[in-house]
Write a protein that binds this ligand. Structure first.
Ligand SMILES: Cc1ncc(COP(=O)(O)O)c(C=O)c1O
Length: 377
């Protein structure tokens, strides 16, 4: 027991359900489950294990440390690190058998030097091509040279794949996705003409896998849909068959009656126009509940009903107006998830706050205990 009323509850059955659904949609492409950022706040190791049980081929992470955490937990599946890494991380990347992403000659050489030093052969490298995202990745016209460089450093290195990342896949009407796919295909043609086998080709993120069949290729790298959240909070319909995996729950820690005319929390920004009951919930912005949520109509569920958050959310606590209902200390509070017939989703918060569900779940802080439900298979 963690001794806290507030906790994240992760439904591993939902993760497995979502992964199977994505595999059905994307097959014969293999599925790489993206578990960076502590599995989008859900807990990387447990989500990774559930995804692999459900048929994922491997995992993707953003940082070498994230890959090392999975290896230390006993995960043996392929793990792709999605970007080039600081030089002081290359040793751990090679030592833990992680797959490297490269897009510069300098990084390819650093990898090759490290593998030689460690007498490792066949370190897998995927080349990342920038087809329009303009974040990381080599220009399309640089890929043949980079592919040649990897091959030149054989047997230390082996070219395992070539990939790109979509910038606008969540907008099905955007012409950008087709354009990026065209540029990617042209890079692959260039590699073939140069006699270079590009290995596994991959383009799709969740929105690509779900909505752009032409982006599925040999593998898909899916994150957000595996967690049961639509990439774009304003278009959840295409993701209706996915089940949100993350719940955020707490308990009432204190109750009181406040009189008409009294105000509440920092700055006294909310004043009560009638006498009412208020419940205090021991969770705040230090746990990942956005401070602004109270000013954009944020609600929690108590007794199967929506209750408005009143006053500014503080670091560790927030208050809700329960009207004529008097709560008891210990009553269950659902901030994200279902209670009775009511549901609050991460994308509901995201819509109200003008952000995306990714940011909501990734913000769940380390001090919140994670409970896992859903039977292991
Ligand atoms: C390179 C790359 N591939 C795949 C993903 C997964 O994206 P999504 O969570 O939208 O499926 C991400 C996430 O940001 C990424 O950076």
């Amino acid at each position: 027991m963690s001794g806290r009323y507030s906790r994240v509850v992760v439904d591993l059955d939902a993760v497995r359900h979502n992964v199977r659904r994505l595999i059905d949609t994307s097959s014969p492409a293999r599925l790489m489950a993206v578990v960076k950022a502590n599995g989008y706040g859900h807990g990387a190791v447990r989500v990774a294990e559930a995804a692999l049980e459900a048929g994922a081929h491997g995992l993707c992470v953003a940082l070498v440390q994230e890959g090392v955490e999975l290896r230390r937990a006993g995960v043996e599946a392929p793990i792709l690190v999605l970007s080039e890494q600081p030089r002081d991380q290359v040793g751990d990347l090679v030592a833990h058998g992680l797959i490297a992403t490269a897009y510069t000659v300098a990084f390819i050489d650093a990898l090759a030097d490290e593998t030689r030093r460690r007498e490792v052969v066949g370190q897998e490298v995927h080349l990342k091509v920038d087809t329009g995202m303009n974040r990381v990745g080599a220009r399309p016209d640089a890929i043949v040279e980079l592919g040649g460089r990897v091959i030149a450093r054989s047997p230390q290195l082996s070219l395992g794949g070539v990939f790109t990342h979509l910038a606008c896949a969540d907008d099905v009407a955007s012409p950008v996705t087709a354009d990026q796919i065209r540029r990617f295909d042209s890079v692959v043609d260039d590699l073939h003409h140069a006699g270079i086998d590009p290995g596994w080709l991959h383009i799709a993120n969740s929105a690509g896998a779900v909505a752009h069949p032409d982006s599925r290729r040999d593998m898909v790298r899916v994150g957000i849909a595996m967690y049961g959240i639509a990439p774009d909070p304003s278009t959840p319909a295409a993701y209706a068959g996915f089940r949100p995996a993350l719940g955020l729950v707490s308990k009432v820690s204190y109750t009181k009656t406040v009189n008409a005319g009294e105000a509440i929390s920092y700055g006294h920004r909310h004043r009560f126009d009638r006498t009412t009951n208020v419940a205090t919930i021991p969770i705040g912005y230090a746990d990942g509940v956005p401070r602004r949520l109270s000013s954009v109509g944020g609600e929690v569920l108590i007794g199967g009903r929506r209750r408005p958050i009143v006053g500014v959310i503080t670091m560790d606590q927030l208050m809700v107006d329960t009207g004529d209902d008097r709560c008891a200390i210990g009553d269950e509070v659902v901030l994200l998830g279902r209670q009775g017939d009511e549901v609050v989703t991460a994308n509901e918060w995201a819509m109200a706050l003008g952000t995306i569900g990714y940011e909501i779940v990734c913000a769940m802080s380390a001090r919140l205990p994670r409970d896992y439900v859903g039977n292991a298979q």
